[in-house]
Design a protein around this ligand. Structure first.
Ligand SMILES: Nc1ncnc2c1ncn2[C@@H]1O[C@H](COP(=O)(O)OP(=O)(O)OP(=O)(O)O)[C@@H](O)[C@H]1O
Ligand SMILES: Cc1ncc(COP(=O)(O)O)c(N)n1
Length: 264
């Protein structure tokens, strides 16, 4: 009988268009040789043009999904994405306390199109409950500014951003410089070690789902037993390939290609 693949759980919102959220997470987990599982926190009506609607689930439904997975199947790593409200941030943070698996927190705030995916009132809960539960937090620069007040407009500011994020308690901070100009540079630190991940910027507008994909790829690596820097390096290679292969779907921003490593 086949040895089961490592088990990875995403706690995130559903993207009906299939490019970001739960759908991106599960595709990434499959592509990287793991078994993906999901706790849906919110349902979004979403496509290449934006988010047309979002419906958070009751906290009870989130707790029930989490316990169904953890009590029977078990998890080797968890990733969190869109959590929608302060109540769900607090609910998920409390659930994370029940498991010992490493946790990748992608503090999703707004979509590429500027649609709010997290209530402004959730900031304190993210700072004081969710970030302390993270093995790795993966904010982009807008999320860094929202969470810490630190504004970064060039590569040299990434270290300052990471220090500010680490002050809220995650073990590692991976600051994504994807929104800067020039190479796509990310900076990872635990306050002692420093790792820079640099990739050529692909001039491809079809980048829907980049952040979800990177965070899920890190979680897949951690589930396979990699260290945080190893998992982040592999995740960076995977997301870079997926962005290079991103394709047009719909009239707006198409998805990255999660299947870029397999022959079609
Ligand atoms: N055009 C690009 N070419 C290459 N890499 C990119 C590009 N844009 C972003 N990246 C990389 O993609 C990853 C995700 O970064 P990004 O800053 O896009 O995250 P995000 O803003 O959270 O994503 P999203 O916009 O999906 O929420 C990072 O590793 C970043 O460096
Ligand atoms: C459910 C959900 N989760 C996360 C994102 C962020 O992804 P992006 O910024 O690429 O739109 C999204 N659009 N939808």
């Amino acid at each position: 009988m086949r040895i089961p693949p490592p088990r990875v759980l995403t706690v995130a919102g559903s993207d009906s268009g299939g490019g970001a959220g739960i759908q991106a997470d599960l595709k990434t987990m499959l592509a990287l040789g793991t078994h993906g599982m999901s706790v849906v926190t919110a349902v979004t009506a979403q496509n290449s043009l934006g988010v047309q609607g979002a419906w958070p689930l009751p906290a009870e439904a989130v707790r029930a999904q989490f316990r169904s997975v953890v009590d029977d199947i078990g998890v080797e790593a968890v990733k969190t994405g869109m959590l929608a409200s302060a109540e769900l941030v607090e609910t998920v943070a409390a659930l994370l306390d029940e498991v010992t698996a490493p946790v990748v927190v992608d503090p999703v705030g707004i979509s590429k199109h500027g649609d709010a995916l997290l209530a402004a009132s959730a900031r304190d809960a993210v700072r004081t409950k969710l970030l302390p539960a993270a093995t790795v937090a993966t904010p982009n620069l807008d999320e860094v500014a929202w969470l810490t007040g630190v504004q970064v407009s060039s590569e040299t500011g990434l270290r300052r951003a990471a220090e500010a994020v680490l002050s809220y308690g995650p073990r590692w901070a991976l600051i994504k410089g994807g929104h800067l100009e020039g190479d796509a540079v990310d900076f990872l630190t635990d306050g002692v070690e420093e790792h820079w991940f640099r990739a050529p910027r692909h001039d491809n507008r079809h980048t829907h789902g980049t952040g979800c994909t990177l965070a899920s790829a890190i979680a897949a690596g951690l589930a396979k037993g990699r260290s945080v820097p190893e998992a982040a390096a592999e995740a960076k290679s995977y997301v870079t390939g997926a962005i290079a292969a991103g394709f047009a779907l719909g009239a707006g921003i198409g998805p990255v290609d999660h299947g870029w490593m397999s022959a079609r």
